[in-house]
Design a protein around this ligand. Structure first.
Ligand SMILES: NC(=O)c1ccc[n+]([C@@H]2O[C@H](COP(=O)([O-])OP(=O)(O)OC[C@H]3O[C@@H](n4cnc5c(N)ncnc54)[C@H](O)[C@@H]3O)[C@@H](O)[C@H]2O)c1
Length: 272
């Protein structure tokens, strides 16, 4: 029987590729033989180029492209370049996303302090920054009737977390979109195109550093609460997502669509 996990030669496009999670993910998938396209904004272009050099010097295949996930024309220009270089798109990881301070409610604030423009921006980046690249990069998948899309959800996709009001709405929206799109694509184009999500637990990164660590690097009260509610008793590491992503991107998950893989050390299922 063929190796169900074989992804050699597959073309993987990843948005948010230069982020904390993306960096570990693109290196791993390149090491597994994927042709990896690192999609990021102009300001992270230098980081993306350095990552491509690192992947290539390790014998992998990769290219970096500058694009804004909120701009369909920019995604279309990126698709043209991917098709010219690699001929198709087999896997799409929608990881561009994040939060903004003014879309949170601090303990000494009320909901009236929520900055509606910031909330809109967080929803726009996470939700439409997932929808728009999908509209574009799904085209070669539809043509070849095969593809795997993975959207980046969160613990706040299932139940809201205190403070992060805007981010919670946005990530719950991505979970709903993931389930909706899985059905839509299967009904219209058959069982070859699958859409799933990944919900990482708490991983120290740029987007949550100010909530999880004090300026001196020690853990905040919120961190202690999170770790106390995590059966593993610790934060997760970015590379702990790799196995679940590999499964969702490969034929090993051939019958799986519309699901969200939770990689959280037990946080989401734990009660007491
Ligand atoms: N780190 C965690 O603990 C954690 C937990 C759950 C979910 N997530 C989600 O996983 C994904 C990746 O997280 P991360 O920690 O690597 O975040 P990160 O902030 O390190 O990376 C996010 C990336 O998205 C890019 N980006 C932002 N706006 C963009 C735009 N308009 N166009 C193109 N790119 C844009 C940024 O440049 C950055 O490279 C995010 O969706 C995040 O919400 C992270």
């Amino acid at each position: 029987m063929n190796n169900l996990f074989d992804i050699k030669g597959k073309v993987l496009v990843m948005t948010g590729a230069t982020g904390v999670l993306g960096t570990s993910i693109v290196k791993y998938f390149a090491s597994q033989g994927c042709k990896v396209v690192l999609l990021g904004r102009e300001k992270s272009a230098g980081t993306a180029r350095a990552l491509v050099d690192e992947i290539k010097s390790a014998g992998g295949e990769a290219m970096s492209l500058v694009g804004d996930v909120l701009d369909k024309a920019s995604m279309e220009a990126c698709l043209d370049k991917v098709l010219a270089a690699y001929g198709t798109v087999d896997i799409l990881f929608n990881a561009a996303g994040g939060n903004m301070g003014p879309a949170n409610v601090q303990p000494d604030q009320t909901i009236e302090d929520l900055d509606i423009d910031a909330m809109k921006k967080v929803c726009e980046l996470n939700i439409f920054g997932t929808v728009i690249p999908t509209q574009v990069f799904v085209r070669p998948m539809v043509q070849q009737k095969k593809g795997a899309i993975v959207n980046f959800c969160s613990m706040s996709s299932f139940r809201p977390l205190t403070r992060v009001a805007g981010y919670g709405i946005a990530k719950a929206g991505i979970a709903s979109w993931t389930e909706w799109l899985a059905a839509e694509l299967a009904i219209k184009h058959g069982d070859g195109i699958r859409v799933n999500g990944i919900a990482p637990g708490f991983i120290l990164s740029n987007q949550n550093r100010s909530l999880l660590t004090n300026p001196d690097g020690s853990l905040t009260d919120r961190s202690h609460k999170i770790i106390g509610h995590t059966p593993f008793g610790r934060f997760l590491e970015a590379d702990e997502l790799l196995g679940a992503l590999h499964f969702l991107a490969s034929d090993a998950s051939k019958g799986v669509t519309g699901t969200i893989s939770v990689v959280d050390g037990g946080f989401n299922s734990f009660t007491i």
